[in-house]
Design a protein. Structure first.
Length: 448
């Protein structure tokens, strides 16, 4: 293996994992979960055509194939210097622990620079945000309320992510779960509370699961990229709910607001005391424990992990990948659908426009930051719930609430960067010698 075979241009490496040339994915040759979402695991490159060849496949031969397939030059010299991205021999525990911490710090620094440039004192803004989310009883209660749907949605997408299925459709699955639960509540308001809430729970889970089944079947049968299909279905679900609340389900006594009539009291989830913390929090905690046990203690969980880490080995061992794709997506969508049921039964007590302000998208960031660990997801969901509440809290001081959204985006960016630096290192090489061979490495960026 020559030195040139390793040289790639910056940006060729996948965000957090090495690109896997998954010959077992079939002959379609379509690049798998690439882009922003390909980072938790390893990006799949299907077939043998070599599209989207990102550097760093397992072993040196994989790196050469990926670099060659992409058509990129083996290295780019700038003022006598070139660079090389190489996979670390191992990811040290230090980097595993520090990558999320550094990502959070860098996101806060980036947000602080933006606030300073727009005329705000970043330290004062962050102080107000912290106080608004965690500095009072009301703030803590609202933080838990916001964290509940985030927790459920994140548990849902994390199951799919474990198998390298990039379910970006949790937002749509939340909407469909809310729609189905609302249909039950509006159609049968006289049912006893236990029966009505149970039916709403089942309806929400089934609707979310079926909405996830739509992209699961094309992915399992034809290898259709689930990132695109799940993302596009989000908009279908959102506009379907908008059609209902602006049209046939609109409350005639609602002063022309886009919402349905209020549910009967039998369709309200029980709350903790006089707070807005409802039974959906218990659903989320139970789901976190159940998924953790399933992944670590059951045969199905073992299959999910093996298929996610090495599809070829899983197929060789006789694991049914098609069936597991469908089942995992069904479970992922069902949990997200329960989050939608919790919102309409526990918070709004009706279906309305904007029932989710983006909980499904926030779940993706939370899953990455928590590294798909259920216990970490519980903690990180609480922190992101606080971030949403903090954004609303600073509005009374004339600061845009979108500062919270900006911080979420910054966190996503730096989490990807932190994961990449944990798995890869960048070496600068000074060209020299009559034969043009690279001189010994001088500086190293991100070396561990």
């Amino acid at each position: 293996m020559t030195e040139d075979a390793h040289k790639v241009t910056v940006g060729a490496a996948a965000p957090t994992g090495a690109t896997r040339a998954a010959e077992a994915e079939g002959p379609t040759g379509a690049a798998g979960a690439a882009g922003a979402v390909g980072g938790i695991g390893e990006t799949r490159t299907a077939g043998g055509t070599g599209e989207a060849g990102a550097a760093g496949s397992k072993g040196e031969a994989g790196a050469a194939r990926a670099a060659g397939a992409s058509g990129a030059a083996p290295g780019r010299a700038i003022a006598g210097w070139s660079f090389k991205v190489e996979k670390r021999p191992e990811i040290t525990p230090f980097w595993r622990a520090m990558a999320p911490v550094i990502s959070i710090v860098m996101a806060l620094v980036c947000g602080g620079i933006f606030l300073r440039l727009t005329g705000y004192d970043p330290f004062e803004v962050y102080r107000l945000m912290f106080k608004g989310a965690f500095g009072s009883r009301y703030g803590l209660i609202e933080t838990v309320v916001k964290a509940t749907p985030i927790l459920l949605a994140t548990i849902g997408v994390s199951v799919a992510f474990r198998m390298l299925l990039w379910n970006i459709g949790a937002e749509g699955q939340i909407y469909m779960g809310a729609f189905a639960a609302s249909w039950v509540a509006l159609s049968h308001p006289d049912w006893p509370p236990f029966v009505l809430l149970g039916a709403m729970f089942i309806a929400g889970a089934v609707a979310g699961a079926l909405w996830a089944l739509l992209p699961a079947l094309p992915r399992a049968i034809w290898g259709v990229n689930e990132i695109i299909t799940t993302l596009m279905l989000n908009y279908v679900a959102i506009y379907w709910v908008d059609y209902l609340v602006y049209g046939p389900w609109k409350d005639p006594k609602g002063f022309n607001f886009p919402l349905t009539p209020q549910f009967s009291n039998a369709a309200w989830l029980p709350c903790l005391g006089n707070t807005r913390i409802h039974l959906g929090l218990v659903f989320g905690l139970v789901a976190a424990v159940a998924v953790s046990v399933m992944l670590s203690r059951t045969r199905w969980g073992y299959e999910i992990r093996v298929i996610g880490e090495n599809p070829a080995a899983a197929r060789y061992a006789g694991m049914n990948i098609l069936r597991n794709i469908v089942l995992v997506m069904l479970l992922s969508g069902a949990i997200a659908g329960i989050a939608g049921m919790g919102e309409v039964a526990g918070i709004t007590h009706r279906l309305q426009h904007g029932i989710s302000p983006g909980y499904g998208y926030t779940a993706i960031i939370v899953a990455w930051l928590a590294k798909l660990n259920p216990a970490g997801i519980v903690v990180t969901s609480f922190l992101f719930g606080g971030l949403l509440v903090a954004g609303y809290a600073v509005q009374i001081f004339g600061i845009p609430a979108d500062i919270a959204t900006m911080l979420q985006g910054s966190l996503l960016f730096f989490v990807l960067g932190g994961e990449a630096l944990a798995r890869y290192r960048i070496k600068l090489i000074r060209a020299g010698g009559p034969a043009g061979r690279a001189a010994p490495v001088t500086p190293r960026l991100g070396a561990g």
